[in-house]
Design a protein around this ligand. Structure first.
Ligand SMILES: [Zn+2]
Length: 396
């Protein structure tokens, strides 16, 4: 499709945005899956088109509704990550409110995209007759295995854990405004999948395999309606040697003036030692501030994150955390010294680090609380909640 300066109507754009929908009248979850919120990541759109093609040609009997959409239409046409602003950093509650209050005459390219996406999301949610599961499909500029990334609720974990690739926890603690936030904030099941490097054909295969597996896990398809063994094999091969679960411990934030340049050859999940040389910027060499595994090293012009560092989480702790949450031990957290409930939000705890012990942060992480911000020397931790219909369906 060629880029054009002629104004296209909302209806025309909606037609291009909705890649397709599929349902056969039976109740079930709404699977809202989006590709290309970053315009240089068309692999997600290709994977969605393949799934739509098979659902339609084989006339599979399904439970619920499949809705495939394209994220940043303008940027996809130009093959760029974004045109004015990164569309995957604009979804915090305050940024969305700001957009809603803004005169559309002042919209930048991504503001317009975001308004249209919000209206699609709202329509989908309004029409849903069961839980809504949202998946955001990505690819990256560096080599590396596919992975899932999610806000840490049990329902999110239960759905995403079925995709046999590494699971990244805590990314939402370091990035504000990813589109998953919009759904998680509303209590819906939401996660992102990174399929691999942008241009690699296997990236489309990985994303497609992850979609099929999730359609089965969410109850949209029966296990025998797709070749599950093949999809598992595809993903297992792509992520061989990678850890099952990691937690983000560091984000290297970039400013446009940084002249950031990653050292060549890093791949996601590669181990790095503390103080090893990772990149250069306008101040000189950039060393690893801590040891761990590197994630999403930046090898493209645009982006706000130079790289992330993460550490392995032993699966035992995930099981233990699940038990803690089912036992509802979280109800007693505010009894710990230095911990108070926030008067404004039942899902937020305020911690005085001068009184609370080091392990408080560890316990909070296990129970799904993530650090949000520091206010007047106090740390606040917020837990994502799950909307009751999603909880009944997936929070087992
Ligand atoms: Zn992306």
């Amino acid at each position: 499709m060629s880029s054009t300066t002629v104004e296209t109507s909302f209806g025309e754009r909606l037609e291009r945005r909705i890649l397709g929908t599929y349902e056969t009248g039976r109740p079930g979850p709404t699977m809202l899956i989006q590709g290309g919120i970053h315009g240089n990541e068309p692999a997600g759109v290709h994977a969605l088109n393949r799934v739509l093609e098979r659902l339609t040609s084989e006339r599979l009997e399904v439970h619920g509704k499949f809705v495939a959409i394209a994220g940043n239409l303008g940027a996809l046409e130009r093959g760029e990550r974004f045109l004015d602003r990164d569309l995957n950093r604009l979804w915090s509650a305050s940024t969305v409110q700001h957009l809603e209050a803004q005169d559309p005459a002042h919209d930048c390219t991504e503001d317009r995209e975001q308004r249209e996406l919000i209206s699609v999301y709202q329509d989908v949610q309004r029409q849903a007759r069961g839980p809504v599961v949202f998946i955001d499909l990505h690819s990256s500029s560096a080599d590396g295995p596919p992975f899932t990334c999610l806000a840490d609720t049990l329902a999110n974990r239960n759905i995403a854990a079925a995709v046999p690739v590494p699971m990244i926890l805590g990314l939402e603690e370091s990035i504000d405004g990813a589109v998953m936030d919009y759904f998680t904030y509303r209590g819906l099941v939401a996660f992102a999948i990174e399929g691999g490097r942008h241009e690699e054909p296997s990236t489309v295969d990985n994303l497609e395999a992850a979609i099929w597996i999730t359609l089965v896990t969410a109850g949209f398809l029966e296990p025998d309606q797709t070749d599950l063994a093949k999809h598992h094999e595809t993903l297992r091969r792509s992520s061989a040697g990678a850890p099952p679960v990691v937690e983000i411990t560091y984000r290297h934030v970039l400013r446009p003036t940084d002249k950031f340049s990653m050292q060549p050859g890093f791949t996601s999940f590669q181990r790095v030692e503390r103080n090893s040389l990772l990149a250069h910027d306008h101040t000189g060499p950039v060393f690893a501030p801590q040891g761990g595994r590197i994630l999403l090293p930046l090898y493209q012009g645009k982006g706000e994150d130079g790289f992330f560092l993460c550490r392995d989480v032993r699966p035992f702790w995930l099981g233990f955390a699940k038990w803690l949450r089912h036992a509802r031990l979280d109800r007693f957290l505010h009894w710990l010294p230095g911990v108070k409930r926030s008067p404004d939000d039942p899902n937020t705890l305020v911690v005085n680090p001068a009184i609370a012990r080091w392990f408080v942060v560890e316990i909070f992480h296990l129970l799904g609380f993530r650090r949000r911000r520091t206010v007047g020397g106090r740390l606040t931790f917020t837990r994502r909640w799950t909307e009751p219909s999603a909880q009944r369906a997936y929070d087992q």
